[in-house]
Design a binder for this molecule. Structure first.
Ligand code: NAD
Ligand code: IPM
Ligand code: MN
Length: 349
């Protein structure tokens, strides 16, 4: 019995989460898995009704589950940052999701906007609990011509080392065995040098991993001109956020990009969600592509130790992607098509 906390959230979040759950329910019987789901009404609606973003008691309830499936949070009717920080980042921080795993693969049949993409298959290991995201900063003389605003990036030896170790271990398990640190150590010398020194030190324990370094600005050049050079990328919270939207764009769009907020030590449930947001521009129209949410369940199944089930869902999604063509499909059509392929694969297997 696997207990899932489900946070559909705002905008297209509920639309894509419904399809991800449909696929999980389809794969479950083939592997004798049982998912019990508890849905949490968190996001804009609750905020307007009660002023709450994530009450402590709800956080503690969520903590009791095996994993979390999240859609997206954020709504134009709520001041920017209230739900993003108060709900999403609070979950990532409180549950110690220090590995934000964001794989990027150019699937067969997907047109890349790059003229000559080559083979794209890399994973970004984005630090998830530190950096400028911690909220260390403030503003003085707000609204005056003398306003001063700071957002201090927090980087600890402990926090950097644990994510760097995780990235090396992932690189060691992949055929190309290459790790690229992305930072900006020519300008952000305090944090940047901590990251570089940490990578150099941990590298000594992984002599068969080829280690590379790129400044984040140059990394965006190579993501657009030579993405095949990347295998495992390790980077801080903010750089990882930015380069993974670019990574999604070069691999066929944000509708395909999955992510996991992973607590590798299993001291709290990990959380799986698409890289994209609540897309208010298309919400409520069944236009959202649920593939990213469905591929996030692959990461969820893997994390919970169900590698075979994960593989089946991945195959079903890739088969659908390969054959979908360019005609627009409704959100539920995509979910139904992938679930049907999961069911078919299950019968054949
Ligand atoms: P967004 O990812 O929501 O949307 C960017 C563009 O991509 C939009 O044009 C949107 O229509 C499109 N898009 C996104 N997902 C899609 C899908 N599945 N299928 C088809 N098209 C899709 O980013 P944004 O506009 O910067 O942010 C909107 C809101 O979402 C903000 O409140 C932001 O803070 C929030 N946000 C939340 C998360 C999250 O919950 N993890 C992530 C990013 C942004
Ligand atoms: C993402 C989002 C979040 C982030 C925001 C909404 C807090 O952009 O998951 O990529 O910056 O991590
Ligand atoms: Mn983002």
């Amino acid at each position: 019995m696997t207990s899932l906390a489900v946070v559909p959230g705002d905008g297209i979040g509920p639309e894509v989460t419904r399809e991800a759950l449909r696929v999980l329910e389809t794969i479950a019987p083939a592997y004798d898995l049982t998912f019990t789901t508890t849905e949490y009404d968190l996001g804009a609606r609750r905020y307007h009704a009660s002023g709450e973003t994530l009450p402590d008691a709800v956080l503690e309830e969520i903590r009791g589950h095996d994993a979390i499936l999240l859609g997206a949070v954020g709504d134009p009717s709520v001041p920017s940052g209230v739900l993003e920080r108060g709900l999403l980042l609070r979950l990532r921080f409180e549950l110690d999701h220090y590995v934000n795993l964001r794989p990027s693969k150019l699937f067969t049949g997907v047109p890349s906007p790059l003229r000559d993409p080559g083979e794209i298959d890399f994973v970004v290991v984005r630090e998830g609990t530190e950096g400028p995201y911690v909220g260390n900063g403030g503003a003085l003389r707000v609204g005056t011509p003398h306003e001063i605003a700071t957002e201090v990036s927090v980087n600890t030896a402990f926090g950097v080392e644990r994510v760097v170790r995780d990235a090396f271990a992932r690189a060691a398990a992949r055929p190309r065995k290459k790790l690229t640190l992305v930072h900006k150590n020519n300008v952000l010398v305090h944090a940047g040098h901590l990251w570089s020194r940490t990578v150099d030190r941990v590298a000594q324990e992984f002599p068969d991993i080829a280690v590379d370094y790129l400044h984040v600005d140059a990394a965006t050049i190579f993501l657009a001109t030579d993405p095949a050079r990347f295998d495992v990328v390790v980077t801080d919270n903010l750089f990882g956020d930015i380069i993974t939207d670019l990574a999604a764009a070069i691999t066929g769009g944000i509708g395909l990009a999955a992510s996991g907020n992973v607590n590798p030590d299993h001291t709290a449930p990990s959380m799986f969600e698409p890289v994209h947001g609540s897309a208010p521009d298309i919400a409520g129209q069944s236009k959202a592509d649920p593939t990213a949410a469905i591929l996030s369940t692959v990461l969820l199944l893997d994390h919970l130790g169900h590698a075979d089930a994960a593989h089946d869902v991945q195959q079903a999604a890739e088969a659908d992607i390969a054959e979908r063509g360019s005609a627009p499909r409704r959100t539920e059509e995509v979910g139904e098509a992938i679930a049907a392929r999961v069911a078919e694969g299950v019968r054949v297997g």
